[in-house]
Design a binder for this molecule. Structure first.
Ligand SMILES: [Zn+2]
Ligand SMILES: [Zn+2]
Length: 361
């Protein structure tokens, strides 16, 4: 058995991260072997590192971390539709095999809860030299997107949310003009990017001052950045005008209840933040209910994504590179050699998106 390097944790054990030897996965007849070039880091990785969740694959006592990925095909057979040297991004979730949604390929809507996720739940991730995968879960990346494709997995989350905004709103004749994104982290900024591709006037609200790099990224997308530190969320429509679409991506649950009070008539609020805490707080429930009812408003949550949302992301990245060249690249503020993973895990997070550079190809 061949051996490779991988970054692993022991699920549920705080600070158990290490770089170790792991079996180099052998390619079976029906799958593809991929050499990992880089992975992106996010709050999910930090939570798994902190022992809050994460699950090892059956038979292993460790989990290879990493779900935001980019690699190059190393070995494949003739039937995969891919060739050696093709760039790929892998999707993350795999079906449970028993619920109706998973059986129809909609594993992001798994209803049994027994799905698996690479680098998160019951399947090894991508912080390793190699992985193998069935070609149906690999997204082919054009070489021109090589430097930004590691952003595709977080973008898929946003693509699903926005896809479902339009699907839900088929309930009425609806021509949205203006959108607000709450939160200027990677997900918030990627949401702003996709909304700009859809032709919406877009605002991004963040805590950071308007001199911050996040504001420059928003400006680069011809979106307006609002520095809202200390401002009431309910004051935002006074600055933006009526809001047809609001996307919440701050990671702070109290913001959600403010966001329910700022929608235009027939407006829709998409919730993308995962908030693992146990916080309890008073909210103006009469007012919130009244606003939602009288406004015919919709509030919905959205998690994970389907392979088609990754493919839509590739299409949108190509449009973005044409309309706003170089802006996506600005989201990646730090590229660490992967041996230096300790500079990110357990440290205060700075910048927008950090990647671990695993191989140059
Ligand atoms: Zn992530
Ligand atoms: Zn399922």
């Amino acid at each position: 058995m061949e051996i490779m390097k991988a970054i692993t944790i022991k699920p549920g054990v705080k600070n158990s991260i290490e770089m170790r030897d792991a079996p180099d996965p052998a390619r079976g007849d029906d799958n593809v072997k991929v050499k990992v070039l880089r992975v992106g880091l996010c709050g999910t990785d930090a939570d798994i590192y902190a022992g809050e969740y994460g699950e090892a694959p059956p038979g292993d006592d460790y989990l290879i971390l990493g779900h935001e990925n980019f690699g190059v095909v190393e070995e494949t057979n003739g039937n995969s539709g891919l060739r050696r040297g093709d760039y790929v991004v892998s999707t993350v979730r795999r079906p449970c095999g028993k619920c109706l949604n998973c059986q129809q390929g909609e594993m992001d809507f798994c209803s049994s809860g027994d799905y698996t996720e690479r680098g998160i739940k019951g399947r090894h991730g991508f912080m390793a030299e190699y992985y193998t995968e069935s070609p149906e879960y690999l997204i082919h990346i054009p070489p021109a997107l090589r430097d930004v494709a590691v952003l595709l997995e977080p973008t898929s989350i946003v693509e699903k949310g926005i896809d479902h905004i339009y699907l839900i709103q088929r309930r009425i004749s609806w021509q949205p003009k203006r959108a607000l994104v709450l939160g200027a982290g990677p997900v918030g900024l990627l949401a702003a990017a996709v909304l700009r591709v859809r032709g919406l006037e877009t605002f991004v609200a963040g805590r950071e001052p308007s001199t911050d790099l996040r504001a420059q990224v928003a400006k680069g997308l011809q979106a307006s950045y609002l520095s809202v530190d200390g401002m009431a969320i309910t004051d935002l429509p006074g600055k933006t005008g009526p809001l047809d679409i609001v996307i919440e991506a701050t990671g702070v649950s109290s913001v959600v209840f403010g966001a329910m009070q700022i929608l235009a008539p027939n407006g829709i609020l998409c919730l993308l933040s995962v908030t693992g805490g146990t916080g309890v707080r008073p909210e103006p429930t009469d007012r919130i209910n009244q606003d939602l009812v009288l406004g015919n408003n919709v509030v919905f949550g959205s998690v994970n994504a389907n392979p088609r949302h990754f493919r839509k992301g590739v299409e949108d990245f190509q449009s973005l590179e044409k309309s706003y060249p170089g802006v996506l690249q600005k989201l990646i503020t730090s590229r660490l050699p992967w041996h230096d993973y300790g500079q990110w895990f357990g440290q205060k997070r700075t910048g927008i998106k950090t990647t671990l550079e695993i191989s140059t190809g």
